[in-house]
Design a protein around this ligand. Structure first.
Ligand SMILES: Cc1cc2nc3c(=O)[nH]c(=O)nc-3n(C[C@H](O)[C@H](O)[C@H](O)COP(=O)(O)OP(=O)(O)OC[C@H]3O[C@@H](n4cnc5c(N)ncnc54)[C@H](O)[C@@H]3O)c2cc1C
Length: 463
């Protein structure tokens, strides 16, 4: 060790030992800034909010730390001022299983059927604007029969060892092997946000377009009767009570041990010290998000392996497009199963409000809001030309929401080497538990179901 390094270590040790320097020490905080809870929940999106409300119902004290100014995560709603109609430009509907019904009842939110807009679907090549014939649409029966061979994927990531080789085929190879080419385009459109779907592993496609999705589109989907999927979040916030959730807040440092956790949280009203028996992390477990929690070597190793796609939803006005349509992006080529390359919009669709349109867009690589908007504007202009519109003024972006990072996945080798088993083994280490999309699937009801299976272990556990 050099003299310089020794000196640096010495200074660091002095700094750490100096009185008043330990940010985890109660003495550094006024008593109103020390929050003591049974569980600290990180992330107030779908899984975090559900977890907090459910834990509270079990008699546990909770606090949520959410980086945005509102709870809700991928749930975003715009209420049209002219008609009062809520337009959800994120989470659309929920799969009707008991855990979802219980959650809605607890929040006093009435459930009703999914209210969809009966638009006419047409297809166009978004690179040219030109109309293309409708891709085949055989329904999901053949696909569902294949997915049903793997019942453990329904509610878990408990994979057999070895993992069945079909699950590790690219989706393209899988479709060819089972002569399911005709369903490819429907899976592409349904799997919005999962860019390059033909190159993804079949296991990840089965986890996205799963039994719950297929049952939901067959009529088992529901949403609040109000049609406003955001309704649950202000109600949840109010149930959590004062100091139940810190919004616009992030954890900046953490000390975790088998006996509990201490979190230093930056909030709009200054730093708080949260002391909790358990930590429940629901944010996307990417290293930059987890670094403030001082990750263990296992966490660091696992969380550095994810890749994800970029996903954006926009609300547009002044499209100049004819009313009553969903214009879906498709190509004429059978070699890609009629699936266009991304980045691009999946479809541009009129919402339940006349003249107000959605654009659903994904990119396999990182991109910017400006680049996405420029691309969508160019697509709309091409469609205008091809559909005989004489509108030439720019399309207006009324709302733009990034849902990135979306669909965290790992590669074939990681799965073969037990990635998901190792992920499961993190549960309970250092008083820390995990839930959320990366830990189960992108389906709110299934995530809520998974979270509730953690609770008995969380409180039976001595760690
Ligand atoms: C556009 C879109 C539509 C969807 N539609 C449906 C649908 O109709 N039905 C369905 O069941 N599922 C749908 N999903 C899947 C959806 O991802 C899940 O249902 C669910 O939202 C995932 O919950 P989550 O808690 O893991 O993530 P989120 O709901 O995204 O919650 C994560 C939360 O963590 C917060 N956060 C992130 N980083 C930090 C940090 N460092 N500190 C503090 N907070 C942080 C985020 O702001 C967010 O609020 C959709 C997803 C997208 C993107």
């Amino acid at each position: 060790m050099s003299v310089f390094t020794t000196l640096c270590f010495g200074l660091l040790a002095l700094a750490a030992a100096a009185p008043g320097e330990d940010q985890f020490d109660d003495k550094q905080y006024a008593s109103k800034n020390i929050i003591t809870r049974d569980v600290a929940v990180i992330g107030g999106g779908s899984s975090g909010t559900h977890a907090a409300i459910s834990l509270q119902a079990l008699g546990k004290s909770v606090v949520v730390v959410e980086k945005e100014a509102v709870l809700g995560g991928h749930t975003s709603t715009y209420v049209d001022p002219g008609t009062g109609v809520p337009i959800n430009y994120g989470v659309q509907a929920y799969f009707n299983i008991s855990v979802a019904a219980e959650y809605f009842a607890r929040l006093n939110v009435s459930m009703g059927p999914f209210q969809f807009n009966p638009v006419t679907q047409v297809h166009a090549n978004f690179k040219t604007g030109q109309s293309v014939p409708a891709p085949p649409s055989p329904g999901f029966a053949g696909y569902a029969a294949q997915a049903a061979k793997y019942p453990y994927l329904k509610y878990s990531w408990n994979l057999p060892n070895p993992v069945p080789s079909d699950l590790l085929l690219t989706f393209r190879d899988f479709l060819n092997k089972y002569n399911l080419q005709d369903v490819a385009y429907s899976v592409f459109l349904a799997g919005g946000g999962f860019a390059n779907i033909l190159d993804q592993l079949t296991i990840h496609v089965f986890k996205l377009i799963d039994f719950s999705y297929i049952r939901s589109i067959s009529g088992e989907a529901f949403q609040p009767v109000s049609g406003d999927n955001g309704e649950i979040y202000p109600k949840a916030l109010s149930l959590l009570g004062p100091n139940g959730a810190f919004l616009s807040s992030t954890v900046v440092a953490a000390r975790r041990s088998p006996s509990g956790v201490r979190l230093v949280v930056q909030t709009p009203s200054g730093k708080k010290l949260i002391k909790a028996s358990k930590l429940l992390i629901t944010i996307p477990p990417l290293l930059p998000n987890i670094n403030p929690f001082d990750p263990t070597p296992s966490e660091r190793s696992l969380f550095s392996q994810w890749s994800y796609t970029n996903y954006f939803i926009m609300l547009l006005t002044n499209t100049g497009l004819p009313s009553g349509f969903q214009i879906a992006n498709a190509v004429a080529s059978d070699t890609t199963f009629r699936i266009p390359s991304l980045p691009a919009p999946y479809h541009i669709t009129e919402t339940r409000v006349k003249g107000l349109w959605y654009a659903w867009y994904a990119s396999p690589t990182d991109t910017t809001e400006a680049a996405v908007k420029a691309d969508v504007s160019a697509v709309v202009n091409r469609l205008r030309g091809a559909m005989g519109s004489n509108v030439t003024t720019p399309v207006n972006f009324l709302r733009f929401k990034s849902h990135t990072p979306f669909k965290l996945v790992v590669g074939k080798q990681a799965i073969q080497q037990g990635f998901y088993r190792k992920l499961g083994e993190l549960q309970g280490q250092q008083s820390t538990w995990y839930t959320g999309a990366a830990f189960i699937s992108h389906d709110a009801s299934l995530i809520w179901n998974f979270t509730t299976t953690l609770f008995p272990k969380m409180f039976a556990s001595r760690v």
